[in-house]
Design a protein around this ligand. Structure first.
Ligand code: BGC
Length: 420
């Protein structure tokens, strides 16, 4: 063979070998998630990009549906078929539920090497571990108890400050309604109904009451006057939504606020990701303020690692775990997602005022013991109990059920789910 040709052949062969090695340097991960809205897709795109830039192969498995109910159904089918995805957007007690079934891999070697315990709030670290080992990695801290509003729409009826109590909200909403403006952009889906309801309970009862009723599931708290009042407030909110609310996706409700078709939305700060993805400026095109309660309703996204086999897939899980927890990624991802980093040592210099407020209120809530986990977002109770909450709240929202009947039905349903 001609020398040049021979060299080329060797170089080509080497290149091929290197290319093959490079393609597997970061391993392979199949990632199941429900981040399909504008802001969400942008945020998860950052994760994919970083993983691939480290030489990994990313297999994307998005299952549309806010709040993740459809994704969780798909996950169950995959696990039952003995073919789970390597990494799943899964959080809260759900992590423990799957771990008990012995279907998770741990990434503790990475966690120990990188000292995750030192940089995560203990409350979050505990959720990520099973049997003392990390089986999940947190990407963010979302806050659920937010009002989002269009300031230009509020100005039309002379509202210059965000409401601090539910009574103030009702007064604002009545003004807007009288002026022919939809006060509340809402999507009638069970998880969205439950999102606004739990924020109402937090505002009316405060953090201690919320914990007793919604987390400890105390029957007296569940049937108390405070709970009746919370349903009364939910009934009021029902009167503030437009006629087409049924079934609407949450991001379409956010778009109504953006376009000035409604004044407020009550939603976690993934709504901010939507505003930002549409080029809207915080404090100018939209404003944020916590819903009443002086607390912090916590929802943290994490990726949980399922049992996969083979060197390439195991490597993929390790690389992904390390990447998720890297400070640079936590910054980039959360700037797009609307949340704040899960790591406590990432600077918030590049973040907006809503994120800074979230961080300040989080620290205060940890100090004052007013940090509560979201039921609607799978941070508080087993899925079976959450399911009963969602069903009852949605039934109430879409009927003329009285608040007195609602508390009785809710308490009975929760009890049923606990004894099943
Ligand atoms: C998740 C968010 C997501 C939202 C809407 C929440 O449960 O934690 O990451 O953006 O659902 O899909």
């Amino acid at each position: 063979m001609h020398l040049l040709k021979q060299t080329t052949a060797i170089a080509f062969g080497l290149g091929l070998l290197m290319a093959t090695t490079a393609a597997h340097a970061g391993g392979t991960v199949e990632v199941l998630h429900w981040w399909t809205s504008g802001g969400e897709a942008k945020a998860v795109g950052e994760l994919k990009k970083s993983f691939e830039s480290q030489g990994g192969t990313w297999i994307d498995s998005p299952i549309a549906g806010g709040g993740g109910d459809a994704a969780m159904t798909a996950l169950r089918a995959r696990v039952v078929a003995g073919n789970p995805p390597a990494a799943v957007q899964l959080k809260g007690p759900g992590i423990q539920e799957w771990a008990r079934q012995d279907v998770l891999n741990d990434v503790d070697e990475v966690a120990q090497k990188e000292q995750w315990d030192k940089v995560l709030p203990p409350v979050l670290a505990a959720i990520m571990k099973y049997d003392g080992k990390y089986v999940a990695a947190p990407v963010n801290i979302h806050r659920v108890d937010w009002f989002w509003a269009n300031p230009a729409v509020l100005a039309k009826v002379g509202i210059s400050e965000m409401p601090k109590t539910w009574d103030e909200f009702n007064a604002d909403a009545d003004k807007l309604k009288a002026a022919g403006i939809t006060p509340l952009a809402h999507g009638g889906q069970p998880w969205q109904d439950a999102t606004i309801f739990e924020n109402v309970v937090l505002g009316i009862g405060g953090a201690d009451f919320y914990r007793k009723a919604m987390v400890e599931l105390d029957p007296n708290a569940l049937t108390s006057d405070t709970m009746v009042k919370s349903f009364d407030q939910l009934r009021k909110l029902r009167g503030y939504v437009d006629a087409n609310f049924s079934g609407r996706d949450w991001n379409l409700a956010t778009a109504m606020v953006m376009r000035g078709e409604a004044a407020f939305q009550i939603m976690g700060d993934w709504a901010k990701g939507e505003f930002l993805a549409a080029g809207k400026k915080p404090g100018v095109d939209f404003v944020c303020a916590p819903t009443p309660g002086g607390a912090f309703n916590l929802n943290a996204d994490s990726f949980t690692f399922f049992k996969v086999h083979g060197a390439d897939r195991l490597e993929g899980q390790k690389v992904l775990a390390s990447l998720i927890m890297s400070p640079g990624f936590q910054e980039t991802f959360n700037l797009a997602k609307g949340s704040i980093p899960a790591r406590t040592d990432v600077s918030l210099d590049k973040f907006d005022a809503c994120a800074v407020k979230s961080h300040e209120d989080l620290l205060a809530a940890i100090k004052n013991n007013t940090l509560v986990p979201s039921v609607a977002h799978e941070m508080a109770v087993p899925r079976s109990v959450r399911g009963e909450f969602l069903d009852l709240v949605t039934k109430f929202f879409n009927s003329d059920m009285s608040s007195a009947d609602a508390v009785k039905e809710l308490a009975a349903a929760v009890k049923r789910a606990q004894t099943e």
